[in-house]
Design a binder for this molecule. Structure first.
Ligand code: HEC
Ligand code: HEC
Length: 466
């Protein structure tokens, strides 16, 4: 095995914390990070907090909203569509909180006819979904696809395919793993923003809008009728399903066109283009986040721009079973037989036979994660300190996170039925630890990673207080 050169920032400027840095093999990345650590000038720039190799980033063009998107915007904020008459998309996807759950809400949002029915999952941010690919079980989609392959055929193929462990060193190789990838919602059950919008609209614990006929009537009698006719033609109200689907198309256009859904105004974006300087703690956090022997976070939460200069989304859009603890504050979890198993159900129904995917959830973007107070699909953790503690100690001190059974044995990964707990990722760092091993990150290092994650917060959003 090739031995990695170990260089410490402390050697360069005498930083207080001497961080052991392994060489990175991000050869295919537009930023060859390994060079920064080998060249004295690059490491000097880095040690001063500067990006040694600023890049140009290609972000969505900013233009006035089309009439379609303007209509979508009004609908996004319109509570009259909901069953209670009180809930709009913005009630759960708060524009003042990066379109994630509003400050002060619980692990899941309340909705339904009286606004008191609890949901099942944490509300994701609606930012940065514009590049989310459709759901497949294949290497990252490459375009032309002339043979139609069903998802179960893909799953069967994937079952025989070996899997490369994910490391910051090999994100290009692991992108070729035959694993579930893409799609929207925590389980990828819909592909496009348009398909997605009528999910919450008709979901009885969300907007609870009733039938398409009800929504179509509200739209026809409401203030948007003229615009709907102008945009979609006189026949737009002839068929309620058609009416709803056009209205949802408008909401999707709003999310795609409005720069508020992809502002790229974080300190990290400014750092990438060479217009901001990291503090020493941010720099340490950045390096730990990207170090395959430390956080290894960037193996899944991709942190580097793509080869064609698109800014990083902080997700590889793949699915993993991390085995987060069950959240007793979700009312549905009062039933010991109820399990939210992600890809294999119960909210998604087409993959229930693919039990190798039970417990797998979409890797979320970490952009604006520091503004959240409900983490993971079930909102079980409330701040990043708890998240980091669990990442580092999941298998070292499981008794701190999971309950015990009658015999006193800790029930690790207790939010997944026992027979599927083998799906939990125990091979990608930092999940490859065993009791007695040294923790992947010290407490000070965990704090540094949190400080780095705060640089991913957009200018108009606010980090949660520590
Ligand atoms: C009662 C709260 C609530 C309301 C109201 C609501 N949503 Fe959501 N939204 C959620 C939750 C919870 C999820 C995650 C659900 C899941 O994964 O099954 C979600 C997921 C999404 C996603 C997928 C995001 C991702 O990262 O995959 C989109 C897009 C979305 N909602 C858009 C909308 C739109 C558009 C509206 C209005 C028509 C709306 N939502 C109304 C709670 C809500
Ligand atoms: C093997 C892939 C993988 C690695 C490595 C990884 N994560 Fe994650 N991360 C995920 C997945 C998958 C989820 C969602 C799991 C769920 O909800 O059940 C997640 C969720 C999160 C969340 C919650 C975000 C939200 O919106 O709820 C945070 C914060 C986070 N990860 C930070 C980190 C940090 C920091 C590291 C490095 C110490 C890291 N992750 C390493 C895959 C990974």
């Amino acid at each position: 095995m090739q031995k990695s050169p170990r260089i410490t920032i402390g050697m360069v400027i005498g930083c207080t914390a001497a961080i052991g840095l392994s060489a990175y093999a991000l050869a295919a990345s537009p930023i060859p990070m390994q060079l920064w650590l080998i060249h004295p000038l690059d490491s000097l720039k880095l040690a001063q907090g500067d990006n040694p190799h600023p890049v140009k980033l290609i972000t969505p063009v900013i233009a006035p909203l089309s009439a379609m998107a303007e209509l979508g915007k009004t609908l996004f904020y319109d509570p009259s569509l909901s069953g209670s008459g009180k809930e709009s998309c913005a009630s759960c996807h708060d524009p003042h909180n990066a379109y994630g759950p509003p400050v002060g809400s619980g692990p899941v949002m309340l909705g339904g006819p009286t606004g008191h029915s609890a949901g099942f999952r944490a509300v994701p941010s609606l930012r940065y979904l514009y590049r989310q690919p459709p759901f497949t079980i294949a290497p990252d989609p490459t375009g032309d696809n002339d043979t139609v392959v069903t998802l179960s055929q893909q799953a069967a193929q994937a079952a025989d395919s070996p899997r490369v462990p994910k490391s910051v060193n090999n994100t290009h190789t692991s992108a070729a793993n035959l694993v579930p990838h893409g799609g929207l919602f925590w389980d990828g059950r819909v592909n496009t923003l348009q398909q997605q919008a009528d999910g919450p609209l008709f979901n009885p614990v969300e907007m609870d809008a009733g039938t398409p006929a009800r929504v179509a009537t509200i739209l026809e009698l409401g203030p948007h009728a003229t615009l709907l006719r102008q945009l979609f033609g006189q026949s737009v109200f002839d068929n309620p399903n058609h009416t709803v689907s056009e209205a949802m198309f408008a909401i999707a256009r709003y999310q795609i066109e409005d720069p508020g859904f992809h502002p790229f105004s974080s300190k990290y974006d400014a750092w990438l283009v060479g217009k901001a300087r990291f503090t020493p703690a941010e720099l340490r956090g950045y390096l730990l986040f990207n170090d395959p022997n430390k956080g290894n976070c960037a193996a899944c939460h991709l942190s580097q721009p793509t080869r064609d200069h698109l800014p990083p989304q902080f997700t590889d859009a793949q699915y993993e079973a991390l085995g987060v603890p069950r959240n007793p504050n979700i009312p549905a979890n009062g039933d010991p037989h109820f399990f939210d198993m992600g890809i294999c159900g119960p909210f998604r129904t087409d993959m229930s036979k693919q039990t190798q995917y039970c417990g797998l959830f979409l890797t979320p973007s970490l952009r604006n994660a520091a503004t959240r107070h409900a983490f993971f699909h079930n909102g079980v953790f409330h701040d990043l300190t708890q998240v980091m503690d669990w990442y580092v100690n999941r298998d070292l001190h499981p008794e701190r996170f999971y309950p015990k059974d009658a015999a006193g044995t800790v029930i690790k990964y207790n939010d997944i039925p026992a027979e599927y707990r083998k799906n939990v990722d125990t091979f990608d760092a930092p999940f490859n630890r065993h009791p007695g091993d040294a923790p992947a990150l010290t407490q000070a290092e965990q704090a540094d990673i949190i400080t780095f994650i705060k640089t991913l917060t957009d200018a108009d959003a606010k980090n949660q207080p520590d």
